[in-house]
Design a protein around this ligand. Sequence first.
Ligand SMILES: [Ca+2]
Length: 449
Amino acid sequence: MKKIKLLSIVLSALIFSFNSCSAKGEKTTKDKEKKGTPNIILIMADDLGYSDLSCYGSENIKTPVLDKLAEQGIRFNDYHSNGPVCSPTRAALMTGKYQQRVGIEGVITAAGGRDKGLALSEVTVAEALKNEGYVTAMFGKWHLGYDKKYGPVKQGFDEFRGFVSGNIDYFSHIDQEGYFDWWNGEILKDDNGYSTDLITKYGMEFIRKNKDKRFFLYLPYAAPHYPYQARYSKPFRKEGVKQPTDKSIPADSIPAIYRDMVEALDEDVDKLMKTLKELGLDENTLVFFCSDNGGTKKGGKHNLPLRGHKGTLYEGGHRVPAFAVWPGKIKPGTGYEGPVMSMDIYPTLLDIVGGEKPQGIDGISIKNVLLKNETLPERTLFWKFRNARVVRQGDWKLIVTKEKNKEEKIELFNLKDDISESVNLAEKEGDRIENMRKLLDEWLKDVRR
Ligand SMILES: [Ca+2]
């Protein structure tokens, strides 16, 4: 009898322990579901051209870390910044809309644009991810409004360190008009250091602090935008003095400094990735890397084999390096040849975290490109900057340029055959041009504010 009682006690204990195991098991599954929603790190370089990484063809810049990351995930060969300069691309990235729709078609300049900014009524990607329970931070360059009423902490970022102008001295943190521009949230407060390394340092601290939460970390680096300063350079800008570039630097030394700026960024991305790994977060973090516009015409060959450069609507102005990594989710070694835009990142991230689908935006989710290697349905894309307008349909690209007191210039290229936009096919393709122009007119009417 005693034996039977003992057996029954043992059995009950076993059943109890089995039950509690399965209860625990359920909890683990739920945790996993939660864990299935990744942390997000969005890294954006500034003015990094199409061929400025070694994996995109640079001969003198070595970027082993970024190359390896691109290899471990999906690499985009037809990724485009929404604008050929800084502010418009950032406006599109933050809102998922064509920048024309939010009134930021050009650069918000340090000289004449100090009262302008991205309207607070716009719902940014940071605000949308915050609504989904993410902690958010941005360290780096904002360029969507100088006044603190337009600052990142007003647009969904819990934390902000960095600058609001188009570029700062990498050491003295003074903008080209002579204003001191390094912020901690809404307070102007200096930090000692090279801006690339400061941005990384704050990024790493934020990752550590929030390792048990879901986070969205936006790192818009200043590099390699001018002023050309490597880690070994000296500060040159002073408060109250307008000084875009350091005149004491000979032009022929710029390519080497530029190289060192990109390579410093590469090293810093390694530090971020090592932090993720050390904390066991690497498999649960989606990293997206891109540039905000093409490389400049100064200081080397940044956009080969593309025509044009930053500020133009030839491919060199807006086709830039981009890739995404998410171990175990994005198949390594994947390439994607279809067009993707800055404005697609917002809806993609919301789709990936299972968030509310953003309304009234122009970008589309590329989640299935990332996770299932699917191809996006064909869509017509548009660019507009200064006196140039562009329509892209499949491989066809129409550029309409109207300079003051000059006749309109019409250029048509087939990017598949001619990525360098060297052969104008306008004369041969009258019907196609007519159709594309119609689409352009409709788009212009649609986005006009
Ligand atoms: Ca830029």
